[in-house]
Design a protein. Structure first.
Length: 248
C-alpha cells in the first residue's frame, strides 16, 4: 500500500501496479526524452561524446532504441490512464524519440483532449538543417468516453487558460539533473487541473519539482524515481520545502 506525500525509489511500472484504478486525481510528468539516441549514416545509434548538451542526466544514459522507448511509454501511459482521471505528459520532440512519440499520439488519439505549448528560451540545434527548439508541449489525456476538446477535469474558468503558455524558464539549478521542470509551470498546471487536497502523481519524479509544486499549492503527491541519486535529491528538496513552509 503506497502512502501519499511520499516518493518511492522504484521503477514506475512496478509502482503503478500498486495503485488502484482511478485513485489519482492528476498526473503531471515529464519523462526522459531519449536525447542520446541519434542518427548516423541513416541508422539510429548512441551519441558518443558525454560532454554534449544532449547528456542531460548525470546518472542516466537516456539512449533506448526506438522500439524500447515506444514499448516502455505505451505501457506507462496505459497504466497512467488506468490509475488517473487526467494525465499531463510534457514532451519535447527530439531525434531519438520522434517516431515513437508520434506513434504514441496515434495510439492514444481517443484519449487526447488537447495539447498545451509552453514557450521557452531557444535551444540551439544540434546539426545543420535542424530547427532550434523553442517550445515543449504538454499532451492532455483523459480516459473517458467524451469526444471533442472538453476536459472534464479542468478547474479553470472559461477564457482564462490559454493553450500556449509563456514566461517560464528551465530550472537549471539542480546539480546533476539538467532537465528540470520549471516549478511555476507545474504550479499553474496543478491549479488548472486539480483542487486543493487532490492527489497528484509524477512517475518520473527526477529531482522532485512536481512534489515541491504540490506542497506549495496544497496538493498531496506520490512519485516514483528509479535512480537513487535523483531520488535523494528529490527527498532533500521536499524536506527543504516543508521546512520553509513551517517558518510562516
Amino acid at each position: 500500500m503506497l502512502e501519499i506525500n511520499n516518493i518511492y525509489n522504484m521503477d514506475c511500472l512496478e509502482g503503478l501496479k500498486l495503485l488502484s484504478d482511478n485513485s489519482i486525481d492528476l498526473v503531471v510528468t515529464s519523462p526522459p526524452y531519449n536525447m542520446r539516441t541519434r542518427i548516423r549514416n541513416g541508422e539510429y545509434t548512441t551519441r558518443e561524446k558525454s560532454e554534449h548538451f544532449s547528456k542531460k542526466y548525470e546518472h542516466f544514459s537516456d539512449d533506448l532504441t526506438i522500439e524500447e522507448y515506444y514499448d516502455f511509454h505505451k505501457n506507462v501511459l496505459t497504466e497512467l490512464l488506468r490509475v488517473s482521471k487526467c494525465v499531463l505528459w510534457n514532451y519535447q520532440i527530439v531525434t531519438g524519440s520522434k517516431s515513437a512519440v508520434f506513434k504514441l499520439i496515434g495510439d492514444f488519439a481517443d484519449q487526447i483532449k488537447d495539447i498545451i505549448i509552453w514557450e521557452k528560451t531557444g535551444q540551439p540545434a544540434m546539426h545543420e538543417q535542424v530547427l532550434n527548439s523553442c517550445y515543449e508541449f504538454i499532451i492532455v489525456f483523459e480516459n473517458d468516453d467524451k469526444k471533442g476538446r472538453c476536459i472534464s477535469n479542468a478547474h479553470f474558468k472559461r477564457g482564462t487558460m490559454n493553450n500556449v503558455l509563456k514566461g517560464y524558464k528551465k530550472n537549471n539549478s539542480i546539480k546533476g539533473h539538467g532537465a528540470c521542470f520549471p516549478v511555476e509551470l507545474v504550479k499553474d498546471l496543478v491549479n488548472a487541473f486539480s483542487k486543493e487536497g487532490d492527489v497528484v502523481l509524477d512517475p518520473f519524479m527526477g529531482s522532485g519539482t512536481t512534489a515541491v509544486a504540490c506542497i506549495k499549492e496544497k496538493r498531496h503527491f506520490i512519485g516514483f524515481e528509479l535512480n537513487k541519486d535523483y531520488f535523494d535529491k528529490a527527498c532533500r528538496r521536499i524536506d527543504a520545502e516543508r521546512r520553509q513552509l513551517s517558518l510562516f
